[in-house]
Design a protein around this ligand. Structure first.
Ligand code: NAI
Ligand code: MG
Length: 486
């Protein structure tokens, strides 16, 4: 089946300055359906010159209609886009699900989340402002919050709609003009979104989308001297390139680089309530989630029980094609399947397999399916307990007490999210303070959700905060005005 027939935009075109145009390279990039392995269409391959053109269009937007659009009107535009996303939520979910292999119900949630970001940032657009500062006699001092100007957005393939929503939504709310480079494995929803933005009446050049490979389009965007802020979500290796480029241009960056996030389960946990989330917070998007809870630290006294109960849940997990809404869909690409399969092979050499899920017998042979694996009794310094796998794999690590839990939880290079499971209120507060992460969940865990909640990491998980109101400060800059009037 070719997906192109059902689209309301031409995926071989890129979107610059309010116009759809042919990209610089004549060769296209195939679009694969991860559930079947079939090529179902193609997207355009942009070039470095296309990025130059997009930046020029974004600069023109800042000088033109978009730059003059008041905050209230920017908010209305975002609200209109939110409505249009909601009215097309099914089509968007179908596109995303077919492009990245996400089970339909997860893709539907992503589409609603995209709308939610646009609503949230639309409502916030006219509520971010400067302050007046008491100073010396005869002076009035105030601050202005201004857009950076042209912002670059390089997003990955795991949650394209959510990540473009949080990044583009906040940047547009603050009046920036955006150049978006989606991942080569997952560009359809970004192009669909550009078409929606155009239909909603977003002024030309406020949003530009250039599809293509990271090595050319992503690199051109992140090194461009006229891009004033870069927001990146993806791997640590690519994040380093982005930060190096930003250092040369002396511009701010937001890096969200994944993690090795722990659940920390104490022996007073309400296990019945926790159990679905202990597993689900990693199986969502088949483990391809930056904030996946991939380590499960369990206090010794209840370790065997948690292991047995989690193994039961694993035994019931089914992997299958995205439209069938199994617990897990396929991984996004053959490349990702290889990365994850190598980790699983490595684990099976010297670790205990506590449980495995099943790939449905009739799942197409060409799909990128990986059965989820739970490893038990893993030493905290094992590679599988230290490195991001980005697949449906969890490791269980026993711990003795609070101090031990903190040491293990903080003992990786990452620090994105942590889940603390205990009914003891004092322990909840102590743990929340001592964890070196950007976000703590107490008796819950929301991998990906919660548009209102500031999100970002410490250590190799990156820096800067997206989501929530906080992102609006990151996507703007402060000017202090000191007037002497006697
Ligand atoms: P990646 O970091 O290479 O790709 C993310 C984005 O960066 C894509 O849009 C890509 O085109 C772009 N990109 C690639 N090279 C670039 C360059 N030199 N300059 C500018 N942009 C560039 O990640 P990839 O290869 O897709 O996945 C590899 C691993 O990265 C995964 O296994 C996972 O561990 C991690 N990852 C983490 C994500 C997160 O949510 N934090 C998302 C995706 C991947
Ligand atoms: Mg695809």
């Amino acid at each position: 089946m070719k997906i192109a027939n059902s689209l309301w935009f031409d995926p071989t075109m890129i979107y610059i300055g309010g116009q759809w145009r042919k990209p610089g390279h004549a060769d296209t990039i195939p679009v694969e359906n991860p559930s079947t392995g079939e090529v179902i269409g193609e997207i355009g391959q942009g070039s470095a010159a296309d990025v130059d053109a997009a930046v020029v269009a974004a600069e023109a937007a800042m000088e033109g209609e978009w730059g003059r659009t008041p905050a209230v009107e920017r908010g209305r535009l975002l609200a209109r886009m939110a409505q249009m996303v909601l009215s097309r939520a099914e089509e968007l979910a179908y596109l995303e699900s077919t492009d990245v292999g996400k089970p339909m119900k997860q893709a539907q949630a992503d589409a609603v989340n995209l709308a939610r970001y646009l609503e949230f940032y639309g409502g916030a657009a006219d509520k971010v402002h400067g302050t007046t500062i008491p100073y010396q006699e005869g002076f009035t001092v105030y601050t202005l919050r201004e857009p950076h100007g042209v912002t670059g957005h390089i997003i990955p393939w795991n949650y394209p709609m959510q990540i473009l929503g949080r990044s583009i939504g906040a940047a547009l709310a603050m009046g920036n003009a955006c150049v978006l480079k989606p991942a080569e494995d997952a560009s359809l929803s970004s192009l669909a979104f550009a078409a929606i933005a155009a239909e909603a009446g977003l002024p030309a050049g406020a949003l530009n989308v250039v599809t293509g490979y990271g090595a050319e389009v992503g690199a051109a965007l992140s090194t461009h001297p006229d891009v004033h802020h870069v927001s990146f979500t993806g791997s640590v290796a690519t994040g380093r390139h982005i930060q190096e480029a930003a250092a040369k241009n002396v511009v701010p960056v937001t890096l969200e680089l994944g993690g090795k996030s722990p659940h920390i389960v104490f022996d007073d946990v309400d296990l019945d309530a926790a159990l679905p989330t202990l597993v689900g917070a990693c199986m969502q998007a088949a483990g391809q989630t930056c904030s996946a809870a991939s380590r499960v630290l369990v206090q010794r006294g209840i370790y065997e029980e948690v292991r047995r109960r989690m193994a039961e849940v694993y035994g019931g997990l089914v992997v299958g094609p995205a439209p069938d809404n199994c617990d897990l869909g396929p991984l996004v690409s053959k490349k990702q399947k290889d990365i994850v399969s190598k980790f699983i092979e490595l684990g099976k050499q010297d670790l205990t397999v506590a449980a495995e899920g099943k790939i449905r017998d009739d799942a197409p042979a060409g799909g990128n399916y990986v059965a989820p694996v739970l490893f038990a009794d893993v030493s905290p310094d094992h590679r599988l307990a230290q490195e991001e796998i980005f697949g449906p794999v969890q490791v269980m690590i026993p711990f003795e007490d609070e101090a031990d839990a903190i040491r293990i939880a903080n003992g990786t290079e990452y620090g994105l999210v942590a889940g603390v499971w205990t009914r003891d209120g004092g322990r909840q507060m102590r743990m929340a303070r001592k964890l070196n992460v950007g976000q703590v969940f107490i008796n819950n865990y929301g991998a990906g959700g919660g548009v209102e909640l500031p999100f970002g990491g410490v250590g190799k998980s990156g820096h800067g905060r997206e989501k929530g109101f906080e992102a609006l400060y990151g996507f703007s800059r402060l000017k202090t005005v000191t007037a002497q009037h006697g």
